[in-house]
Design a protein around this ligand. Sequence first.
Ligand code: PMP
Ligand code: GLU
Length: 397
Amino acid sequence: MIELSNRLNAMEESATIAMSRKSRELKAAGKDIISLSLGEPDFNTPEFIKDAAKDAMDNNFTKYTPVPGYEDLREAISLKFKRDNDLNYSPDQIVASTGAKQSIANVVLSIVNKGDEVIIPAPFWVSYIEIVKVSEGTPVIVNAGIENDFKITAEQLEEAITPKTKMMIFSTPCNPTGSVYSQEELRSLADVIKKYPQLVVISDEIYEHINFTSKHSSLAQFEDVYEQVVTINGVSKAWAMTGWRLGYIGASKQIANACSKVQGQFTSAPSSISQKATIAALKADPAGLKDMITAFESRRKLVLSALSEIEGVITNVPEGAFYVFPDVSAFFGKAYNGKVIHGSNELAMYLLDEANVALVTGEAFGDPKCIRISYAASEETLTEAMRRVKVALEKLS
Ligand code: PMP
Ligand code: GLU
């Protein structure tokens, strides 16, 4: 056996990916599994985007591209930032990568030194903490409970900052809670951030279009923190393009250049074909996303209403993304057939075995009282899944 690196051994497998792999294996073995584990739109990529990809191939856009992406892609991203977010990022402040996941990894690798503290409000998306660990940074978790709609306050942020703090990473709308920071809440965080010029904030806005109540607000809109903020976005969620692997950043030129340097050694650039397809997606009017957003909103209603009928489950009302993150701790300590459920990991396994529904443990997202339900599935599927979950939870006593 080869001895793997300490770096690798210290890293957890992505819980979202592990659960979806497990449910795929069980399905292949003939089990009737409903997987609500992966954060992936169930819609198809729109035809006009696929056509742009076909044109790209036909026109031989099949070679290495500039490391941060084709100039016309970065121009399209620059215009998108202006149009949707009122953010000014010139093409040389933009780096396109192989998914927003790589965008985040580039930024962390570019900025974090061994032992630097990285503030991660919990609940957080699973990969933030592992990317920080691989980069030898020290994650500092700040808990935002369900009673505060899973959002941290400016006071909590300020309390967590030490002379070693280098970065903060958060998402709005949030995966896994669906919480959305309002303009005022972001302003109050910005008031703290501006006092610490060494602090870089990754604002992950990949779910910006999936927002049911308010207009999306970007942290970088505030001029006094603009230079400190890296805005992350991508086409995976809004345009149902998870497999195309295209994410991007808007940042200061210094950070954009650093990310290009990292990327130039790791992956060169995202796929030329995906880049051309992304131009088509970003040039399209986001009003075209309305049907998808309406579908997600009515699925949210369905899931929240089903959960409200299960005694012991507590939820916030997620304003965006396509997740519900209920507190299920009322079931911990209960048992079925002599098997006691000790926490969220065991509850997720119980629901997989007993209800044949795959959900993701809250432990991976930094809140062990909760479990994540991705409602990126048809209403019919969701109705059946929630029926099964209710039956299984009610068996616990
Ligand atoms: N950020 C968040 C909050 C996510 O949920 C995801 C999920 N895929 C990503 C980033 C990464 O997206 P991708 O790599 O598909 O662009
Ligand atoms: N971001 C999605 C999720 O949270 C996709 C899986 C992943 O990349 O982790 O489920």
